[in-house]
Design a binder for this molecule. Structure first.
Ligand code: SAH
Ligand code: SF4
Ligand code: F3S
Length: 480
């Protein structure tokens, strides 16, 4: 095999899990474009496929912004692209297999277009097993970089294009905070706003603390500045992003936490503020009060529980009990009675018994969530849970998932019915994909509504009377 070593900076999950007390480095000017790259995208197209969570969606917007600064134009047609980038997710095995499927497809495109530049970035790039598989089986991938150095895209592409060499630049470190990178947002009315990066929770099943580095907060002034600009640009809604937004600010000086940040953001008068993901361990009652007391903080909370059984929660390392979770849940419902609460659940964690699984069902029944994302546990190499011997058959796990999903549907339908005949506010995003005479958007409670209304109302918040409540969406008519 050719010696690529001078271009290699390969990942190590062992390095990536280290946490030290060193201060977080913040850079306001780490991003720049080398002069040789300023016009390199002239008459060229880029195509980015994004997998995984909102953190990746937001990273893709930065990557798009950088590429457009180099004069690349976006295309929705992968065959037209001169640069294809897959921004990947490592959360479960099936997420990774999807990416490898696409890698195979791009191989064929490269046969007909040898000048095509092909890159992989995101969470999978942070895993050594993935890099090994790519080197062994997918030599047509030109560029690999991870989650910590997306601002270096111009330099990485420069090496690949001018040296005509494969470039692997993955940093396995705790991570920095890089400000002032360009952004091309995918939506004109709703925007993602990072408030923090990384995760220090180390739930035993989860790869994220290894792929995204340590928990580090952006400075409040930088976040507020970004939101103020979004207000000026006419955005109606923001979603604050972090793997665990409730621990925002723990790495900052003073007593400034998520509650304080929410207050400061509410003061910008952006019409709608959302946030994800909440972690039950760091979500305190005073944060609930802040959410309850601001009209522009939306009453929709994603509060992953993962399991309803205390022994499983302990093995997962979640840091709360079923009782504490339910206390918080009911506290939210007391202070914000209409709140929609959604969750994530993993079934078939190693050795989960039928009784333990039934505790999850009974918790689900008690909370009867508006919606849940449910998963079968997937072992992630390098995590503690992957070393646990598992005695539960896959068929049993599948049965548990199906049965849980029946309950998910039942509750989704029940929770949607409470809006029947109500008048709700909808941020109109466009026309419905299935029927272009219908408008579509989300309510304050994060319910999807398809409705009859005025086409001029796209991009505004309108009142809609709900006439039909189905399991996954509401139907209605705009109120004059
Ligand atoms: N930071 C968020 C979730 C990030 S990952 C939180 O802590 O809630 C999104 C969801 O994927 C998790 O809530 C969990 O339900 C699921 N997940 C994570 N790792 C998984 C694994 N190894 N197997 C199956 N599901 C997993
Ligand atoms: Fe993963 Fe747990 Fe961190 Fe969520 S809180 S990203 S599940 S380690
Ligand atoms: Fe996936 Fe990475 Fe997000 S593993 S879920 S893209 S943080």
């Amino acid at each position: 095999m050719k010696d690529y070593s001078k271009y290699f900076n390969k990942p190590s999950l062992n390095e990536a899990k280290k946490r030290n007390k060193e201060e977080i480095h913040r850079y306001d000017d780490a991003f720049s474009i080398p002069s040789s790259m300023e016009n390199v995208g002239n008459h060229k197209y880029y195509f980015i496929q994004t997998y995984g969570c909102q953190a990746n969606e937001r990273d893709t917007e930065t990557l798009a912004g950088i590429l457009e600064m180099m004069q690349y134009k976006p295309t929705k047609d992968i065959k037209q692209a001169d640069f294809i980038l897959l921004n990947t997710c490592a959360i479960r095995e099936n997420a990774e297999e999807k990416v490898f499927g696409k890698v195979g497809y791009v191989k064929n495109l490269k046969k007909t277009n040898p000048d095509l530049l092909f890159g992989i970035c995101g969470c999978m790039a942070q895993e050594e097993v993935v890099i090994q598989r790519i080197l062994a089986k997918h030599p047509h991938i030109d560029i690999i970089f991870g989650t910590h150095n997306i601002h270096r895209l111009p330099e990485i592409m420069e090496q690949a294009m001018f040296d005509r060499e494969k470039v692997i630049e993955v940093w396995s470190k705790e991570g920095d905070v890089i400000e002032n990178t360009p952004v091309t947002r995918a939506n004109h009315y709703k925007a993602w706003v990072n408030i923090m990066y990384g995760c220090d929770k180390f739930c035993t099943y989860c790869i994220v603390p290894y792929t995204r580095g340590k928990e580090r907060s952006r400075l409040p002034k930088d976040i507020v500045k970004e939101v103020e600009q979004l207000v000026k640009d006419g955005y109606k809604e923001i979603t604050l992003l972090g793997q665990n937004v409730n621990s925002y600010g723990k790495d900052l000086e003073g007593n400034y936490g998520f509650g304080e940040l929410l207050e400061d953001i509410a003061a910008t008068k952006i019409p709608r503020i959302r946030f994800t993901t909440s972690h039950p361990r760091d979500f305190n009652e005073s944060m609930v009060k802040v959410i309850a007391s601001h009209e522009n903080i939306m009453p929709a909370i994603h509060l992953p529980v993962q399991s309803g059984n205390n022994d499983v929660l302990k093995l997962m390392g979640r840091g709360y009990t079923r009782e504490r979770y339910l206390e918080l849940f009911h506290h939210i419902k007391t202070y914000i009675p209409s709140a929609t609460v959604t969750t994530d659940i993993i079934v078939g964690f190693p050795n989960e018994t039928q009784e333990q699984y039934e505790d999850t069902l009974s918790l689900y029944q008690e909370c009867c969530y508006d919606l849940a994302y449910t998963f079968i546990y997937s072992p992630r190499e390098g995590t503690p849970a992957a070393k646990m011997i598992d005695n539960v058959a896959l068929e049993d796990k599948e049965q548990r998932l199906y049965k849980l999903n029946d309950l998910v549907n039942e509750c989704a339908s029940k929770q949607n019915r409470r809006f029947l005949n109500e008048t709700v506010e909808v941020l109109v995003e466009g026309t419905s994909k299935k029927d272009d005479t219908m408008l579509t958007g989300y309510t304050a409670h994060q319910k999807l509504v398809n409705f009859k209304g005025n086409m001029d109302s796209i991009g505004t918040i309108v009142k809609v009377k709900i006439t039909e409540a189905n399991t996954w969406a509401l139907k209605g008519e705009a109120v004059e």
